[in-house]
Design a protein around this ligand. Structure first.
Ligand code: DX5
Ligand code: ZN
Length: 226
């Protein structure tokens, strides 16, 4: 898989045509799919859960990057594995024992992600880096699509990259989520993100054209000019 990826967030999809839109994403050569699960407790809103993931898994080869905005997510690790998640990203703020939750995700055969709300510092992860495949830096307060990028995020992405190299964890993926569009994508790529989530910027308007224009920006990083 390429290091830099676009991970379209289906929260902004037209759920009447979800299967068709996912096929379009797959044909447009994306490899990742960002799946936002909201429980109405950790965040105010409720999105969708296991039955939807299970249905789309039957017809998709994409890498299912499942972002759990769910309180005490350890309760559901096994169920999401059974539905076909490839990676489970849990919020540091939602776990009473983050290390144990990460161990549980790995022992169920999935990759681990940890999401940090805008106010949570990257230092909370320092002692857990050997259990983390991806860090998700939230660039909006989680809960809704279509919000504006919080500019402080860029500094946090740089801090995280510094921490990853200082601790010998350069291979850990850095995801950014919230308010990413053609105006903000260059900034987050430069600041160190390599997995770029976009919801409204992908699904509002022409899906194929939106993916192409975002993907072009990302591909510069996969194939830097010499
Ligand atoms: C927000 C979700 C995001 C959301 C991003 O809580 O985690 O994944 O879908 O939507 P946009 O790209 O519209 O900000
Ligand atoms: Zn998300």
């Amino acid at each position: 898989m390429q290091k830099y990826q676009l991970s379209p967030s289906i929260l902004a999809a037209d759920f009447n045509r979800l299967g068709e839109q996912i096929q379009t994403i797959e044909r447009a050569k994306c490899q990742w799919l960002h799946i936002d699960v909201m429980d109405g407790t950790f965040v105010p809103s409720i999105s969708f859960g296991m039955p939807v993931i299970k249905s789309i898994r039957r017809e998709s080869q994409l890498y299912f990057d499942v972002h759990l905005m769910v309180q005490d997510p350890e309760r559901y690790v096994k169920s999401f594995q059974e539905c076909g998640a490839d990676m489970l990203t849990v919020h540091a703020e939602a776990c009473s024992d983050l290390g144990a939750t990460l161990d549980l995700i790995r022992s169920n055969g999935m990759q681990t992600g940890v999401a940090l709300n805008p106010k949570t510092p990257v230092s909370v992860l320092e002692h857990l880096m050997d259990r983390i495949d991806m860090v998700l830096i939230m660039s909006v307060n989680p809960g809704f699509g279509g919000q504006s990028y919080l500019p402080d995020t860029s500094r946090k992405l740089r801090d995280l990259r510094r921490m990853l190299s200082a601790t010998g964890n350069e291979e850990v993926d850095v995801q950014v989520d919230g308010g990413i569009n053609l105006d903000t994508i260059d900034e987050v790529l430069t600041a160190g993100a390599n997995i770029i989530v976009a919801g409204s910027a992908v699904f509002n308007g022409d899906l194929v054209h939106n993916i192409q224009t975002l993907q072009e920006k990302i591909d510069h990083y996969n194939h830097p000019a010499v």
